[in-house]
Design a protein around this ligand. Structure first.
Ligand code: TXA
Ligand code: MG
Length: 366
């Protein structure tokens, strides 16, 4: 199968893409979080094709994407007042809500579960495509299972070319990590997967926010089946450090020096701008420069703006894979606000090798 690319599609092309989806074809679509692998959410054969193209376990349910709140009503038993409020406040946007499904929704979409996950993406092209398709669009992240979610059309193409009918390119995704998933209760929600919509933001709408205990402890069976898989793992061993810019820079420099590496394989470094400046200072003190070193360095912007880290994280992991780095040394962020969602991904990508460092770069217990 040849995979067609639609870059910034015209209105006519959007109609064609909608029709392809309605007919049961697989088309990767842009959203504000990550690229999705879209298919007709009411068509069992198309849904099966998603699982096959991704190599995804069949018990892992899919999110149905809609272009507006009104499209939710036929898909669920009841839109509760709490769900209504959440949708009004956060849609279009990176919040996925699970509600009891109606008979219209195939169990193939929900992995056999009684609830269906619903989301209205904050991307104009995406919503126009859903409207043109005239059906809800099931869309998991458009990567093969176990790989980082793609945040560019090129990332989708690398992973899925020849396996799907088309890719729609609308540039890099704004957010860069997947949506917050919540189970909706009565005036309360349970976070099943953290994302850009934070606990604090949810508390502006509901009285209580619970966390699925399995995602807090990393033990037991998570309520979102997808959270049990070892996602987002880069090929190289990855270690994540949290501390001051100076502490992280010192530690990464020492770890780089102590890593015996064959000359051909580089070390991937993902750090904030402040840490990058410190690292250059430390190197200068040692009469070295970044140019002389075997380092692939990615700067995610200011430490004060962890959204920059979210935005670049998967792309950075993808690039480290392509560059075949031997080791990844990354700077993490505090577990607060959107940092909770970022660290949820970084802990997994690093196989739980997350360390705190003091101002001199020594490891500390926290
Ligand atoms: O941002 C996103 O949500 C992206 C874009 C494409 O919309 N989609 C995405 O889909 O991340 P996926 O399939 O990679 O992740 C969906 C997550 C999985 O962890 C899945 O187990 C969970 O949502 N999920 C889906 N339906 C569920 C349900 N009925 N109950 C509990 N968890 C559910
Ligand atoms: Mg995924």
């Amino acid at each position: 199968m040849e995979t067609k690319v639609y870059a910034h599609p015209s209105e006519n092309e959007i109609e064609c893409i909608g029709e392809l989806l309605r007919e049961g074809k697989l088309v990767a679509i842009p959203t504000e979080t990550v690229y999705g692998l879209g298919a007709n959410g009411l068509d069992e054969t198309a849904l099966s094709a998603i699982y096959e193209a991704k190599g995804r376990p069949s018990d892992n349910p899919l999110i149905l994407h809609v272009s507006g709140v009104e499209e939710v009503y036929p898909l669920v038993q009841q839109v509760t007042p709490t769900a209504q409020k959440l949708m009004e406040r956060f849609w279009p946007g990176p919040l996925t809500i699970t509600l009891e499904k109606s008979n219209l929704v195939p169990f193939r979409a929900t992995g056999g579960l009684p609830r269906v996950a619903l989301r209205c993406p904050d991307n104009d092209i995406c919503r126009k495509i859903i409207k043109a398709a005239k059906v809800p669009i099931a869309a998991p992240s458009a990567n093969r299972s176990g790989r980082p979610s793609p945040t560019t059309a090129a990332g989708v193409f690398d992973d899925m070319k020849g396996r799907i009918t088309a890719v729609v390119d609308d540039g890099p995704c704004r957010v860069g990590i997947e949506s917050t998933v919540v189970e909706c209760g009565v005036d309360e929600v349970t976070i099943l997967r953290p994302g850009e919509v934070t606990e604090e933001m949810l508390l502006t709408v509901v009285s209580k926010v619970n966390w699925d205990p399995a995602i807090v402890s990393g033990e037991g069976r998570p309520k979102a089946p997808g959270m049990k898989y070892k996602h987002y793992a880069p090929d190289a061993d990855m270690r994540t450090f949290v501390g001051s810019a100076s502490g992280v820079a010192h530690h990464i420099w020492r770890e780089y020096l102590s890593t015996a590496q064959p000359s051909e394989s580089a070390v991937g470094v993902l750090i904030s701008h402040e840490t990058f400046v410190k690292l250059e200072e430390i190197m200068a003190e040692n009469q070295r420069t970044l140019f002389d070193e075997n380092i692939v360095c990615i700067d995610f912007g200011s430490r004060d703006n962890p959204e920059g880290l979210a935005h670049i994280l998967y792309e950075a992991l993808h690039r480290f894979n392509v560059e075949n780095v031997a080791l990844i040394l990354a700077e993490g962020t505090e577990i607060e606000g959107v940092g909770t969602a970022i660290m949820n991904r970084m802990v997994k990508a690093s196989s739980r090798q997350v360390f705190y460092v003091d101002a001199k770069g020594n490891l500390i217990n926290r």
